[in-house]
Structures are given as structure tokens and as C-alpha cells.
Design a binder for this molecule. Structure first.
Ligand code: ADP
Ligand code: MG
Length: 686
């Protein structure tokens, strides 16, 4: 159970002053459901604002505070178009205050016509006019009331203002207890880091590198510790040594020969599975590298040895696709494969549960439903996890640690991460790499196109559809900017729908699973020609006929992510194209990054170059919604601090394996704080 002193931090946000159902919604959407989440929702940056009397004194892109008088409202043509308030400064310069989403009513109330208001925000240019998109503050008093010179900027969502967010952070900080130190004292002194409580306060108040580093280190240490505890506990566990006799694998009829990398990986897996210690192996390989057949061979080994295997997919539709692919590939072997998802109910579900229990089902494919308590296996000895998310591996692994005998575990990932970071993400797992693509793949013709030329791109789409092919259109969706990104994606969808009618479907993270599945199915079944999507996972299904991908605002994506997305169209032997739409004013770095996409199709190289090019300050890729990586540590911090955290965690566990000495006790608090408490549970159970 969680230590009592942490309880105030894990209380729901409802307990904070001013949080009712209205505020709860945007907070929930940001994933801020508990006080702890608000504490760790650190400012993205701080603005240093300048008060100007006239817009003439301000530069485009500058953060300003200026007095403006609203003169007119513009609603725009479609319901999805932004709402604009045209306002004037004292000199008569006009500036549009622009609101996306459903903010019009709110904007009218805040900005009555004819009444002067002090506005704080970033001055931008939109065509010929100046504009401020979603002003950070609107106040009717003087400039002084608009806050400090240095002001935190938080990630917010529709219905949640910066001022509100700052006030909530203040309330949350007041609840922070003093906790014993879990960082090794020598390191703390060497780095000059503040204690935990001070670090939190400071990180919300100003750009304090020491405070941010300390909090990032906490996160990395928690992660290292938890993965090590999983790994160590796994070592002491007993699995079933599985020795296949080859009788099923011998019956496999594949339309291709395996690559050297596939054969090597299968041999490594086979070696692991023959041991009593449960396998804990990661299969890493680009999209299209051929992981599925490796997984199938592993599962057939388990079945040959008289046991069962399960494959866990991240979404329902991917589970169904895996089921179809595996059933087709394995049809000549006679193994019995079943599909189990949360949607199966009643008789059908009963029949599958029965088959798993009596052992007549050899291989079960499904979503997390396959690990519910009500699902019992006769002899589950191998679990394959098709891990599309970057993280959460530890948690997934925990699923497999139930039961007397621990199943062997194979996790599959397509995320090309720099070698230096493999440790951070996957702890001490053994790794097999599919570093060789199946023969006959053509490189994906990748081009960088200026956003102004979007008309040409739409024309190209039209010709593409006319030739009977399908396409993806990917829009960025970053957690920190979610409501604007979502509005932009919806607007893009609406515009494409105007042109292509029913041939277009939209999928994003805010849709209900049924809606998502329905859209995906329309696309996968060829009934829709264009899929507009926002994240990597939404384009995860194989659609061989989709040979063109357009990625909007490509400069905002991490290269590893772009590469993963692009891999979706290079599935077959036919020629495919990826168009990277870029914004107008690109920095030198962004230019260089996009140029690399044209140059190479090597995911690992892209990931490493991206790390080198973007260096400090940037997050691990774009933190796409729903794919939360580390929430605090930046790429730079991970690179610098992770090796230290890793060694420190190792030492701590070697000296105090049960985490019972004072520092060990403190480290337990840390694990709870970062919700890596599955590590603690292993200690107790172990
Ligand atoms: P991944 O899951 O790694 O993205 P898949 O397993 O879906 O990739 O394989 C991509 C495609 O390549 C599939 O159509 C698969 O049948 C094919 N494939 C896999 N291995 C080979 C191979 N050795 N030679 C030719 N084609 C292959
Ligand atoms: Mg796959």
C-alpha cells in the first residue's frame, strides 16, 4: 500500500479550491487527475514579457502586454473556423485575437466591444494582419495586474487558463510534504541540487536548471530502479524450459525466405526459451522489418513443447489484424488460434475461455483482455507483447509475472531509439535487432514540400486516388498544444472532406474506441481512400494499398517518429511516396533534420542524428498525446543523467536489495511517487 504521507499528493484534483466539473474536464484531458500530476505538470517555459503602448513598438513573435479595444467579431464561414475579435491599439493599429475550438462565447464575454482590455500574448502575423492566438491573459486593469516579468507558461487545454493553472500549481505546492532524501548524498552535493520539495517550488517559479535536473533525475532513478527490480525478480523466477521439436515450424509454408536477421533473432529466442529462467527479450526492428513471422516462430516453439502462447496488441483493431495475419500464415500447421478482445461477450467469449482453460486453443491473440483475472490458461508459457508505445514496458511485463510459473516474454518494438537510450527505455532486457530489411523493398520516395504548395499536394492526392490507391494524411498532435492541434486536425479533415467527400475518414485520440475502429475499418477495408490521423498508433494497421503519406508540419515531429510513420507506406514492393509539408520560417536545424529524412531510410541513424541536431532542451521526440514518454526528463537530461541513475540504482539494489535501509525506504517513496510501485510490489511478493 502507498505510504500515508503521500496520500495528500494522490488526492483527486476536486479537493483543490475552485475545481468543479467545469475545470475537471480540461484537467482530466491533460491527464492531471491528482494533485501529484499538477505538481509534475511543470511549466513548458517562462515568458519574459514587454509592455508596449503601441503594436508598432512590438516585433512579430514577441511576447507583449498591450491595451486593445475590441471593435468587431468575426465568426468565419464554417463551424470549425476560428472566432476572431478585431481590436485596436491606442494608435489605431488593428490586431485579431483568434480563438480556435468552441471558445466564441467565452471570448465575447471577456472582450466586450468598445471596452479597453490589457492583453498578454504572442504577437503573430496572419496574412496581412497582426494576430494573437489564444491570449494568455485578458484583464481590465492596468498592465501591472498582468503578472510578473517572468511568467510560467503551462500546457493548458480548452477551458483552462494560464492564470488558473498557476493558481492550482500554487495550491498543490502548499500540500508538498518534506520527504527523506533518496538521491545519493555525494551526487546531490556534487551537482548542487536542491532537495525534492525546494526543487518543485523552484521549478514552478523560474528557469532553475538545478531544480529541473534534480526532478528529472528522480524520474530516471525511479524508472531504473523499477526496471531493475522487475529484472532481478525475473531472474529468481521459474519458468518452463520449452524445447520445440520443429514439427509445426516444419509445416510452415512461407512465401519468402527468412532474412539473416530474422534467423538470428529466432535462434536467440529459441535459446532463451529453452532455459528455466523466463526469457525477457526485446525484438527491435523498423516498421516492415518482419517481426510478425519471428513472433509466430516463437509461439510455434511454445506449442510444439506442449504449451500455449499469447500475443498482446495495443489496440483492438491491431489485435484483429494480427489474428488474421497469423491465422493465414499458420494455416498449414493446424494450430488453433483464437482472438479475444474486450468486445467479445456471452457465448463466444465463454467458448474461448473454455478453450484456453482446457488447452484446445494453442495461441491467443488479443488486447489487455487476455490478462484479465477471469481468463485462465491451461499452460501459458510465452507472452508476446506488440509494444507500440515507447514506454510502459515495465508495467506490461508485470502482467506476465502473475501465476506460479512465469511465462517467457518477448516484447516487439518499431521505435528506433538511439543506442544510448535503449537502457533508459527497456532497462536490462536482452535485445534482438532486425537490422536487415526483407529484400526487394524500394526506398520510400521522400520529398519536402513547402506548406504554400498544399494545393498541388491535394491535386496529387486526387490523381493518386484515381489510380485506385489510398493515402494517409498525418497532422501533429502534441500534448502541450492539444486543443489547438486538435482544432487544426479537424479543420484539415473538414477541408479534405469538402474535396473528397465520403472518401475521407478521421481518427484521433479523442474519439471513442468504437468510432476509431469504425473509421479504421472503413480505411483498412478500402471503402475510404484517405485516412486523416494524428498519431503513430493510429496509422499502425497495415493497408498495402496505401502508398502515399502526407505529413503536415513535419518539422514538429521527431525524426524517429517521422520514420516510423513513413514506414507505413513502404510495405510492399510497389513504389511509395512520403511528402513532408514544412512551415514557412524554418530554422537551420529544422531544415537539416528534414533533409536527413530524404537522405536515409535508416531509423537508428535518424534517431541518433536527431539527438545530435536537437541537442538540449528538446523533449524525447514530440510528446504525442497518448504516448507519454518520460514526463519530466528531456532528451538532454536523459542522455546526461540516465547512466548515473542506472549505476546508482544498481548500487542501491546491490547494497540493500530489499530497500529497507533509510535510503532504501526513501527510494520506495520515490517509486510510489512516480507510480513505478510495481517494483515495490515485487519486493514484497518476491
Ligand atoms: P513489422 O511487424 O516488423 O512491421 P511485418 O511482420 O508486418 O513487419 O512484415 C512486413 C511485411 O514483410 C509482411 O508483408 C511480411 O509478410 C513481409 N516479410 C516478412 N519477412 C519477410 C522476408 N524475409 N522476405 C520477404 N518479405 C517478408
Ligand atoms: Mg508489426
Amino acid at each position: 500500500m502507498r505510504p500515508e504521507r503521500l496520500n495528500p499528493l494522490f488526492a483527486e484534483t476536486d479537493g483543490l479550491k475552485g475545481v468543479g466539473p467545469g475545470l475537471r474536464r480540461p484537467l482530466d484531458r491533460l491527464g492531471l487527475t491528482r494533485v501529484r500530476d499538477i505538481l509534475y505538470h511543470l511549466p513548458d517555459r517562462f515568458v519574459h514579457r514587454r509592455v508596449v503602448t503601441s503594436l508598432d513598438d512590438a516585433g512579430v513573435g514577441e511576447q507583449v502586454i498591450v491595451a486593445l479595444t475590441p471593435r468587431d467579431y468575426r465568426s468565419g464561414g464554417s463551424p470549425r473556423a476560428p472566432f476572431r475579435v478585431l481590436a485596436e491599439d491606442a494608435m489605431g493599429n488593428v490586431c485579431a485575437l483568434t480563438y480556435f475550438g468552441r471558445n466564441a462565447g467565452w471570448a465575447r464575454k471577456q472582450l466586450p466591444l468598445g471596452e479597453t482590455r490589457w492583453i498578454a500574448g504572442r504577437l503573430d502575423q496572419f496574412g496581412q494582419t497582426l494576430q494573437i492566438v489564444h491570449p494568455d491573459h485578458v484583464a481590465d486593469q492596468g498592465a501591472a495586474a498582468l503578472g510578473t516579468v517572468c511568467e510560467p507558461v503551462y500546457g493548458v487545454a480548452e477551458g483552462l487558463t494560464q492564470a488558473r493553472m498557476a493558481a492550482l500549481a500554487g495550491q498543490a505546492l502548499a500540500l508538498v510534504p518534506d520527504l527523506p532524501e533518496w538521491i545519493e548524498p555525494g551526487l546531490l552535493a556534487r551537482k548542487g541540487w536542491p532537495n525534492w520539495r525546494e526543487a518543485l517550488h523552484s521549478a514552478h517559479r523560474s528557469e532553475d536548471k538545478a531544480a529541473r535536473d534534480r526532478l528529472a533525475y528522480d524520474e530516471l532513478l525511479a524508472n531504473s530502479l523499477a526496471l531493475m527490480l522487475v529484472r532481478d525478480s525475473n531472474r529468481t523466477r521459474v519458468g518452463t524450459p520449452l524445447q520445440g521439436d520443429g514439427r509445426l515450424r516444419g509445416k510452415l509454408v512461407l512465401p519468402f525466405g527468412l532474412t539473416g536477421a530474422q534467423r538470428r533473432s529466432i535462434a536467440e529466442i529459441e535459446g532463451d526459451m529453452a532455459q528455466t529462467a523466463p526469457m525477457l527479450r526485446l525484438l527491435q526492428g523498423d516498421v516492415g522489418a518482419g517481426k510478425t513471422v519471428v513472433a509466430l516462430e516463437a509461439m510455434l516453439i511454445a506449442v510444439e513443447a506442449g504449451a500455449q502462447a499469447a500475443l498482446l496488441a495495443p489496440t483492438e483493431i491491431l489485435a484483429r489484424q494480427h489474428y488474421a495475419t497469423l491465422s493465414r500464415m499458420a494455416s498449414s500447421t493446424g494450430v488453433n488460434i483464437a482472438l479475444l478482445t474486450g468486445r467479445d461477450k456471452g457465448r463466444a467469449r465463454e467458448a474461448i475461455l473454455m478453450g484456453l482453460l482446457d488447452g484446445s486453443i494453442d495461441i491467443c491473440v488479443g488486447t489487455h483482455a487476455i490478462f484479465q483475472d477471469s481468463v485462465a490458461y491451461r499452460h501459458l508459457a510465452l507472452v508476446v507483447i506488440d509494444e507500440q508505445h515507447r514506454f510502459g514496458v515495465g508495467q506490461r511485463l508485470m502482467l506476465t509475472q502473475k501465476g506460479k510459473r512465469t511465462p517467457h516474454c518477448l516484447a516487439m518494438t518499431a521505435t528506433p531509439i538511439p543506442r544510448t537510450l535503449t537502457l533508459a527505455q527497456y532497462g536490462e532486457m536482452d535485445v534482438s535487432r532486425l537490422d536487415e530489411m526483407p529484400p526487394g523493398r524500394q526506398p520510400i520516395d521522400t520529398r519536402v514540400v513547402a506548406a504554400e504548395r498544399i494545393g498541388d499536394v491535394v491535386g496529387a492526392l486526387e490523381r493518386h486516388f484515381a489510380s485506385g490507391q489510398q493515402a494517409y494524411w498525418v497532422c501533429p498532435m502534441v500534448r502541450e498544444n492539444e486543443s489547438e492541434d486538435l482544432a487544426a486536425a479537424e479543420a484539415r479533415f473538414a477541408a479534405l472532406q469538402d474535396r473528397f467527400k465520403d472518401d475521407v475518414v478521421l481518427v484521433h485520440g479523442q474519439l471513442r474506441p468504437e468510432q476509431k475502429d469504425a473509421a479504421m475499418e472503413r480505411f483498412a477495408g478500402g471503402r475510404a481512400k484517405l485516412l486523416v490521423a494524428t498519431t503513430v498508433i493510429e496509422v499502425g494497421v497495415d493497408v498495402p494499398n496505401a502508398t502515399l503519406m502526407v505529413i503536415e508540419q513535419a518539422e514538429r515531429f521527431g525524426l524517429a517518429q517521422l520514420h516510423q510513420l513513413r514506414g507505413r507506406v513502404g510495405r510492399g514492393s510497389e513504389k511509395s511516396t512520403c511528402l513532408l509539408l514544412r512551415g514557412e520560417a524554418l530554422s537551420e536545424t529544422a531544415r537539416e533534420r528534414l533533409a536527413l529524412m530524404r537522405e536515409t531510410q535508416d531509423g537508428f541513424r535518424l534517431a541518433e542524428e536527431d539527438l545530435r541536431l536537437r541537442g538540449g532542451g528538446e523533449l524525447l521526440g514530440t510528446r504525442q498525446s497518448g504516448e507519454a514518454a518520460f514526463t519530466i526528463a528531456t532528451l538532454e537530461q536523459i542522455t546526461e543523467l540516465l547512466p548515473i541513475a542506472h549505476d546508482d540504482a544498481r548500487l542501491l539494489i546491490e547494497r540493500d536489495g530489499g530497500l529497507t535501509a533509510p535510503r532504501g525506504e526513501a527510494a520506495r517513496l520515490l517509486l510510489y511517487l512516480f507510480e513505478r510501485d510495481y517494483g515495490v510490489q515485487l519486493l514484497r511478493g518476491g
